[in-house]
Design a protein around this ligand. Sequence first.
Ligand code: NAD
Ligand code: WQD
Length: 356
Amino acid sequence: MESLKVHREQRKIIVTGGAGYIGSHTVVALARAGYHPIIVDDFSNSHPYVLEGISNVIGYTPDCYQINCRDLKDLNNIAKDHPDIQGLIHFAAYKLVGESVKEPIKYYENNIDSNINVTKFCLEQGIKSIVFSSSCTVYGEPDKFPVSEEFPIKTAESPYGRTKQIGEYFFEDCIKAGLPLNVISLRYFNPIGAEESSEIGELPLGVPNNLVPYITQTAIGIRETLTVFGDDYPTPDGTCVRDYIHVSDLAKAHTAALDKLIFESGDDSSLEYFNIGTGRGYSVLEIIRAFEKVSGKKLSHKIGKRREGDVPMIYADPSKAFKELGWRAEFNIEEALEHAWKWELKLRDLKLKKTG
Ligand code: NAD
Ligand code: WQD
């Protein structure tokens, strides 16, 4: 919408974790939409190459501060350069479910402290609009499908999942207290894929935990065989079902959320939740077949034991996001897997060294 683009122009948005997987795609989406993104990242789980990749897509290198969000003084210093910030998207967090079980302190310390700090920063700088990165993990193992936003929050399976729940409760309490904030919590389902141009994508450090990077690394020969975690679940083919969302679609949901916060919020404090998924579930075996089709490669895989903490099935009812944000997913599963594969091929050529 061209007129909205004019209104967005010059509006500066802080993107914490903006050098990460979802953050970098969101920086691209914001810039394309006419916003002025400013990255804040400590590069603990990202690579400086991402700035080059972003620049190749949007035509300039965005402002970037290498800062830990746990440092309020450093955050406030950004406002000296940019006294006119209009919104903040908070991605910065650690996200490995298994690691969080082994190292809960690391996760509580980083994810909770960062959350509190960026909120204090917003309050001190008079920034009202915040988008928070939440996760479908807050729903635990749902009883019905598809999952809508009114579904109950269940006991988290991991310290990571709990930090996301605490994040949401934290904002709920801030709003109850009447703090001058308008917050949208986006509950992402399973982000996959990469920018269509293959300039940016996911940079999993070490052995990937997630299905799609494990598939692409197996197909390219970095891993020998993909293990399918269980085929005895109560699902149509026995393997787990998830709602895989293209990361560029997910990125656009952040622009839509900011539009709502900046242009539609009244004087009252507010907090809203939105599911960001496609509304369609795919099993692990369906994903393997779809990947084989788009890549033209046979994927070496075997059936293994269930992975602890996996829920059999989860997929979103994304209708609230469509009704209230005007957002819905546009890429289909084949396109998402094709872009993931093209990115894996690009990564092979880039030969980036691990820095995190
Ligand atoms: P990511 O690790 O690629 O990106 C996170 C970025 O934050 C990294 O660049 C990292 O260097 C940075 N960071 C971490 N702690 C920081 C700190 N204290 N200060 C400054 N920078 C810091 O992860 P992602 O996949 O892009 O996820 C982004 C957000 O979305 C996270 O909050 C994650 O929990 C949430 N989320 C991710 C998924 C997923 O499957 N990827 C699903 C649901 C929710
Ligand atoms: C998808 C499916 C596995 C790897 C995780 C986090 C969640 C959110 C998104 C942050 C599952 C199966 C996987 C493999 C497999 N992240 N699988 N072999 O577990 O749905 O969600 O990422 O908020 O919090 O838990 O995603 O990609 O790990 O797994 O069979 O080698 O693929 O069992 O059914 P998951 P995933």
